[in-house]
Design a protein around this ligand. Structure first.
Ligand SMILES: C[S@@+](CC[C@H](N)C(=O)[O-])C[C@H]1O[C@@H](n2cnc3c(N)ncnc32)[C@H](O)[C@@H]1O
Length: 228
């Protein structure tokens, strides 16, 4: 998995822009809004990849705040560091084991298009809750399959057929872009994701669909509760 992300890092953000017709920036802004971050706040962006959401968070907290991006792919981090923001720092690490991050350290913790790639979702959300201050916000953005027949048919054509071809051509890695729709199919349903967040200490978990149903945005509030 890590090697696959290393291989596609160079073209990853370009492909995101192409595959979402630029909408990924709008969805990043929705995540930033859902964090409730203010100037001076501290945020952690897990599975930060090339840092597109990390930079949006850095803009929200401003020069008196800070953002830490964590990813387990050295090449993704290399691409992120090539577009530096003064108040953003990047670190190599596993999102399910943030041993060097103090408990209650952050006002907000985010993960965008990362949870789907992480088998241990309990470990992920337990860590997100642990490093959040009580009352801070955890936000998870993911790709989903839309419910409507028409949108489902369009999505099937675009996401299951065109994206793997275009992704394979532009990135030079057909395997990675065949994995993308498979990983969305294999991922837990949005209701179940909310349950997993809740049983790992996050409170008042809510979720919404964006982009006509192809994106889900889950959020919850940090608490001192541990996993149940
Ligand atoms: C689809 S990309 C998303 C990147 C970025 N969040 C974005 O919005 O574009 C998924 C990222 O998750 C990272 N990743 C997957 N599993 C991880 C783990 N267990 N710990 C840290 N990063 C992980 C990959 O290296 C990759 O950069």
């Amino acid at each position: 998995m890590r090697e696959m992300f290393d291989r596609i890092a160079g073209r990853y953000e370009l492909l995101n822009a192409v595959m979402t017709a630029g909408l990924y920036k709008l969805w990043n802004r929705k995540v930033v809004r859902a964090t409730g971050l203010r100037p001076g706040g501290d945020a952690l962006d897990l599975a930060c990849g090339t840092g597109s959401l990390t930079r949006a968070l850095a803009g929200a907290v401003g020069p008196t705040g800070s953002v830490l991006g964590v990813d387990f792919s050295p090449e993704m981090l290399r691409a992120a560091r090539a577009r530096p923001a003064k108040n953003a720092e990047y670190r190599l690490g596993d999102a399910t084991d943030l041993a060097d991050v103090p408990t209650g350290r952050f006002d907000a913790v985010t993960i965008a298009y990362g949870a789907r790639n992480i088998p241990d979702l309990d470990g992920l959300f337990a860590e997100m809750n642990r490093v959040l201050r009580p009352g801070g916000r955890a936000v998870c953005l993911e790709i989903a399959r839309p419910r409507g027949k028409l949108s489902g048919a369009f999505y099937g054509l675009w996401f299951d057929r065109i994206v793997p071809k275009v992704g394979g051509l532009i990135s030079g890695d057909a395997q990675a872009y065949a994995y993308l729709p498979q990983s969305v199919k294999a991922f837990v349903a949005p209701d179940e994701l909310a349950v997993i967040m809740g049983r790992n200490g996050l409170q008042n978990v809510t979720w919404d669909r964006l982009g006509g149903g192809i994106i889900t945005l889950h959020s919850g509030t940090g608490s001192l509760d541990g996993p149940r």
